[in-house]
Design a protein around this ligand. Structure first.
Ligand SMILES: [Zn+2]
Length: 158
């Protein structure tokens, strides 16, 4: 039997299949009641408008069932709100490797916000431009690199 935390953490984001919900930072808690064996998973949705949460809930339940925890409940909490800062270092590396430019850190309140260059995930050039606010999904914007002319998805900072 795989432990419930490991099983839930292995679920991949249905839109960004290279990264798990744990690396994305939306898996908040996995609690198992020692008496009943009932597992309660708490997740925080990412971008509003991403229709992925129902898929993620279903995927968590099937992963837990496959790991020997059929009695599972998935709860959604909205506070504190998810931010792209919750994406782990390992997750950012995977995003870049998949050709998705990871989001820049969100500036702290009160700090003068500089527009950080979005680096091309293909060649690393900061000479990039936004082509469309919406890429393949609502969470991603479509960008293009001026150095190598490659288009790429940029996960919007939030
Ligand atoms: Zn490039």
């Amino acid at each position: 039997m795989t432990d419930a935390r490991t099983a839930a953490a292995s679920v991949v984001d249905p839109e960004i299949r290279v990264i798990t919900i744990d690396e994305l930072g939306i898996l908040r808690a996995v609690e198992e009641d020692p008496a009943s064996g009932r597992v309660t998973v708490t997740i925080t949705p990412t971008y509003t408008g991403c229709p992925a949460m129902d898929v993620i809930r279903a995927d968590i339940r099937s992963a837990l069932t496959a790991a020997g925890h059929p009695d599972a409940d998935v709860q959604t909490v909205y506070s504190p709100p998810w931010s792209t800062d919750w994406i782990s270092e390992g997750g950012r590396v995977k995003l870049a490797a998949a050709g998705i430019a990871p989001p820049a850190p969100v500036p702290a309140a009160g700090v003068v916000s500089l527009t950080l260059a979005v680096r091309c995930p293909q060649c690393g050039s900061p000479e990039t431009e936004q082509v469309s606010r919406f890429g393949s999904t609502a969470c991603k914007a479509l960008w293009r690199c001026r150095s190598c002319s490659e288009p790429f998805d940029h996960l919007k900072a939030l």
